[in-house]
Design a protein around this ligand. Sequence first.
Ligand code: PEP
Ligand code: MG
Length: 600
Amino acid sequence: MGVMSTPVDDKRVFQGLAASSGQVAGPVFVFRKRGREQVPGYKIERLQVDDEISRLEDAFELTHAQIHSLSAELHRRVNGPEASIFEGHAMILEDPAVLDKCRRKITDELCNAELSVYQVSSEYAAVFEGMEDDYLRERANDIYDIGHRLIHNLMGTNEPLVGPSAKPSVIVADELSPSETIAFPRHLILGFVTDRGSITSHASLISRALGIPAVVGIGNLSEVARNGETILLDGTSGTVILNPTDDETGNFNRTLESSKIFNASLGELRHKQGLTCDGCHVPLIANIDSSTVMSELYAVGAEGVGLYRTEYLWLSLNREPTEDEQLEAYTKVVRALPHDQELTIRVLDLGGDKIMSSGLAASHNEANPFLGNRSIRYLLSNRDVFKRQLRAILRASAHGTLQIVYPMISVLEELLESNEILEECKAELRREGMLFDENVKRGVMIEVPSAALIADVLARNSDFFSLGTNDLIQYALAVDRLNETVARLYQPAHPAVLRLIDMTIVAGHEQGSRIAVCGETASDPVMAILLYGMGVDEFSMTPQSIPLIKKVFSCIDRADALKLAEDVRNFYARPASEIYSYCQERMHELAPEIPLKNPL
Ligand code: PEP
Ligand code: MG
């Protein structure tokens, strides 16, 4: 037809998943893993079996020591639950069945140690890869990671971590394991781009915790990129440009410059309250867990804690903490807050993706752990555990202002029974002469659609609501919040979700209850404005997001948010993507300096 097609090799602009925000430009370093073809496989003589086994055992020991020091390094660099990632690796190495299987391959099949490790790790990984559960499927990567390391240790080769010039580079890889991600020397890493992976994979979690920009699920960049080529990586939008033109570099540098100025401007609001431009107070509070360093809250200007996820205490100990251990943990937090700030402690929310390897509380024996005996359901069927926790929280209430929130309430009976158990605990403590706040407030997490639909009834039996939008969206839309393949259906601005939120706010306010939101939507500038307009009273989020959201509110008047919510109520017949785009456009008009997640 005479029309010239775009040459295939001109594909330089890639769109992936924005795994960790920030922009960087620099040279590419392609990280290639050694594949199957590099694993030496050969038959050994029967006489060599003992030597081969001791080589194998030495490699296990060395790998164990390496994992231990990688884990220590990770703990040094990050504080959150991501710091425990290598504990899973250590468990695989310590499992006697794994070493035993490798030994047997050497003895029975007379194969060399490298091949035995390769075969055993592939068999194990294949089992995990075939599992439906996302969390378990991810474990296949941990097994490959360990297998790789064992083979390298047997061969006496080191992983090629950085290019020969050892210049700070953007690492481009097919996929990265957690140990590869952490093993790169921090000062040589500008960013990560991977062909595969999801934003919930461990490597993405580590990148976010380390503040390294990253884009994942990009396609086949590792096949086309060459070492030393220039790459522009935007971890905020998920865009990557290889061998950019001068215009592209110019645009990128302008974005980089304005995001630097913008980030610096956020610091100026640090000591101010969350206020709209016309002076209305919007409390911006923090979601924390037992590993949060409390001074971080001061650094970002948090006005209290809206969600203390207590299950991380269980997860970090891999057992139930005693009443006194809990008392100590809760007291530490309540004491660290100024007197005028509140701490909301959520009772144990184990289950779903938050499981303990010791098997306590909801395990993978359940076909549908997200719909199983998780959270408040587990507590109500294990009253002793519930009572120990409530007693600890009540005792901590003698040291500051705290309130209790029940997660995953789906029927009225759960709330009534929880309140009764709380009263029993109070009566016990009174008898024991222990001090506590008699008027401690009880809240309900609204994160199951049925709870939103009976919010009026729940409000009559509680003091406040906290909207857990992470789960509310997942349960309302039947979309697994961790599954990347259905991520496009996970829509915070879906009219069904907005209607549930609307009902909750109206019902709560009618009873005089305050409404907080503590799901991730609180830290999305677009959704934060909309939710504020819909009537949400306070916003609880990861501490790092507070400066941005403070800035957002400082750019708008309360009336702007109310108008936006009113407009959106008239759009409920439209698809979620249109509703979100409309809100995004409005935000852009009101606050053009706020960076957009998705280009308009
Ligand atoms: C939520 O579901 O929105 C929430 C805050 O709880 P979590 O993310 O811990 O399930
Ligand atoms: Mg939840």
